[in-house]
Design a protein. Structure first.
Length: 204
């Protein structure tokens, strides 16, 4: 008969393994959008130049998903066990992660078009929903230390909570900037990813 501690550790590992698979799937979908840019109308070099916005959006999304995966692991290193409500919140988070390749294809196709602003709103909006869902997962775990590990101090938990506020606020900035420049909006998303790549070293 398993005790509560070992069962909780097993359930946490299963949740992480499932999440890892979803992150890997999302990154794979990004790469599957790559294709030979040359055609009968343009040379390979001209096609590569024309596809530059797509490559930029794809690389931005790849880096962002990679950083999210790393930080997702770090976040779960502070969590002692999972329950159904946490699994549901984590599932909603993963839904928006899986949508990232779709929103990336939209912003890439329209980054230099008149519809660039609308495409960037869709792209940045998806990351806003990811940030909201991410905070919902963490805040559920940290409230009353509901699911936190015993060795996680209150100060450490509060620091992480403050760091997680950067993503929704930054995404709102990206959405606002998209009204002016789709390229600048995508760049803001990359900057947010850079912030979490630097601060995401708090894992156990």
């Amino acid at each position: 008969m398993e005790n509560g501690e070992s069962r909780g550790a097993r359930d946490t590992a299963r949740t992480e393994a499932f999440s890892d698979g979803v992150f890997a799937f999302a990154i794979t979908l990004l790469v599957l959008n790559l294709h030979d840019p040359s055609s009968q109308d343009v040379t390979l070099s001209e096609g590569l130049i024309k596809e530059a916005p797509f490559f930029f959006a794809m690389v931005t999304s790849f880096i962002t998903i990679l950083v999210m995966w790393l930080n997702h692991h770090n976040m779960f290193s502070h969590i002692d066990r999972v329950d159904r409500r946490l699994m549901l919140r984590n599932g909603i988070l993963l839904l928006f992660v899986v949508l990232t390749p779709f929103t990336t294809s939209i912003v890439a196709a329209h980054m230099i078009d008149p519809d660039a602003g609308t495409a960037a709103v869709v792209y940045s909006g998806n990351f806003l929903f990811i940030a909201i869902a991410w905070n919902a997962v963490w805040r559920y775990c940290v409230k009353g230390r509901r699911l936190l590990r015993e060795d996680v101090t209150d100060a450490e938990a509060q620091t992480i909570t403050r760091q997680y506020l950067v993503a929704p606020l930054g995404s709102l900035v990206a959405i606002a900037i998209s009204l002016v420049s789709g390229l600048a909006s995508v760049t803001v998303v990359l900057v947010i990813a850079g912030f979490y790549a630097i601060t995401g070293s708090h894992g156990h």
